[in-house]
Design a binder for this molecule. Structure first.
Ligand SMILES: Cc1ncc(COP(=O)(O)O)c(C=O)c1O
Length: 500
């Protein structure tokens, strides 16, 4: 044996050095949170400029970690869009919990892999418990199955895969879609206005083809027209298709609409079809007593998507899917190999999440939800959600009393859409079609310019084909003053653009 071996290296830092870096990091995070209200919400830089900041050669030798932290301050923060800002209203992006930030660091330190019980005993049981809490929060049966996913899209995919595997007339686990004895189409149903594009992504991932998504008419209030649903289902069944899933919206992407859940559940029950409730944005609203009646029927869904990284303010990423009967989830995803968990039975094993979802290796996502729920409690969350809804109602009231704005729907949950359409401009304009085209452009320009101003981050969408301003209020930091600021800026920019 070599008496003078090369020393073995590890990535570990000296404990004192690590402590110093850790304290500095916590100081940086604390200062960040202290300044979050004042920061420009968007950095107003082009992708070319940001790319330039980060372009450098692969480091061949290691660098001083203090210098790497300097770069966080000098390079990363200046080019960050601050989703935690009280005036960030983009997509449906939650604002992050402080304790969730700490949870991310703690979870990384133990580095448990929640694909299996053995590499993650505590993490698995925390996930199991937190999933039951998620169900309890929304009044869904707590003996359901479910797991945390990367987001709503993967939660919807997990639900649709489970639906297909459990509803198809043959075992798709073995034959997939390549069954010579079967020629029907597998079809999915969602409403035409508010159905979410992630369902299309799920159909893509399942290789069903985008035509498998059948769009059901919406009613005046943007909810699904169940008569049209029944008609489409029956026509499709009559022509040999296999409708296997109806997706109901539970707090839709533009207007926070909740589909008629009880009716959809009954239509599905009568025909043996899976009922999936996409509550990525809005399902957690079920925890509010005043909103509960709208959620009636959610408990009848075969599966539910709800995203902690949206309206529970959990830091990215964290989606969640609940499935009424855990064995149906297992039927869709379970597989095994000798190297996965050994072959002899043992007491020292438990739930292996790799049997219940698409991922094998999985992070410890549940910790940030578990810690945040413990920190704020269900009551704390109910207050925060109500606070967001109050801001949306305030926004609606401001829009309705201002002749420059046009309201487009009744406010419900956290989403709100309206249009900048000054009354005198509308009165001056002769042709409604060209007026609408002009307003489409104007509203888009306003949103773009507000983003670049850094005052607020708002986006556009389309309602009944027209471009509109859309705000999703899911920051626990937003107050009515923030709504005032964004509306004042919006008018200032709108007036300037009209004058140009
Ligand atoms: C209703 C609905 N479903 C699914 C998703 C997709 O969620 P994610 O972006 O987390 O994948 C969204 C995103 O906004 C959504 O609003």
């Amino acid at each position: 044996m070599d008496t003078n071996p090369e020393p073995f290296e590890s990535l570990d830092l000296d404990p004192e050095e690590f402590r110093k870096l850790g304290y500095r990091s916590v100081d940086m995070i604390t200062d960040y949170y202290a300044s979050i209200r004042e920061l420009p919400v968007f950095p107003n830089s082009t992708s070319v400029e940001v790319e330039e900041v980060f372009r450098e050669n692969l480091p061949e030798t290691g660098q001083d970690p203090q210098h790497i932290l300097d770069e966080w301050q000098s390079k990363v923060l200046p080019y960050t869009t601050h989703l935690g800002s009280p005036r960030y209203f983009g997509f449906v992006n939650g604002s992050g919990t402080m304790i969730g930030t700490l949870a991310e660091a703690l979870a990384a330190s133990v580095n448990m892999n929640t694909g299996g019980w053995k590499p993650a005993p505590a993490a698995t049981e925390i996930e199991r418990q937190t999933i039951a809490w998620m169900a309890e929060l929304i009044h869904y049966p707590t003996d359901c199955g479910g797991l945390f996913t990367s987001g709503g899209t993967m939660a919807n995919f997990t639900a649709l895969q489970t639906a297909l595997r459990n509803i198809a007339p043959y075992d798709t686990t073995v034959k997939g879609l390549q069954n010579k004895a079967f020629s029907g189409r597998f079809t999915v149903y969602m409403s035409d206005h508010e159905g979410h594009i992630s369902i299309v992504r799920a159909a893509d991932l399942l290789n069903l083809g985008r035509e498998s998504i059948r769009l059901v008419k919406s009613r005046e209030d943007f909810t699904m027209d169940t008569q049209d649903l029944e008609q489409k289902l029956d026509e499709d069944i009559a022509q040999g298709d296999v409708p296997f899933c109806v997706v109901g919206q539970v707090g839709s992407i533009n207007v926070g609409a909740i589909d008629p859940l009880v009716e959809i559940a009954e239509i599905c029950r009568q025909r043996g079809i899976w009922f999936h409730a996409d509550g990525a944005c809005g399902a957690v609203g079920a925890m509010l007593p005043e909103k509960r009646p709208q959620y009636q029927g959610l408990e009848l869904a075969d599966s539910v998507t709800l995203d902690p990284h949206k309206w529970l303010y959990i830091p990215y990423e964290c989606g969640c899917v609940l499935v009424r009967y855990p064995e149906k989830l297992r039927r869709a995803f379970s597989l095994t190999a000798p190297y996965l968990r050994g072959t002899l039975p043992s007491d020292y094993t438990g739930l292996w999440y790799l049997d219940y979802g698409p991922q094998m290796s999985r992070g410890f996502r549940a910790l940030k939800v578990w810690m945040s729920l413990k920190h704020y409690g269900a009551e704390g969350y109910r207050n925060l959600l109500s606070q967001n809804i109050r801001c949306v109602e305030y926004l609606d009231a401001c829009v309705r009393r201002d002749k420059d704005f046009e309201p487009l729907h009744k406010p419900n949950l956290l989403m709100y859409c309206f249009r900048y359409a000054p009354r005198d401009l509308r009165q001056r304009w002769d042709d409604p079609e060209t007026l609408n085209d002009y307003l489409d452009q104007l509203n888009q320009q306003i949103a773009d310019e507000i983003q670049r101003s850094g005052v607020a981050f708002i986006m556009t969408s389309r309602i009944r084909g027209r471009v509109i301003i859309r705000l999703s209020v899911c920051s626990h930091r937003t107050t009515p003053e923030d709504i005032d600021i964004v509306l004042a800026k919006l008018k200032e920019i709108g007036e300037k653009l009209i004058r140009m």
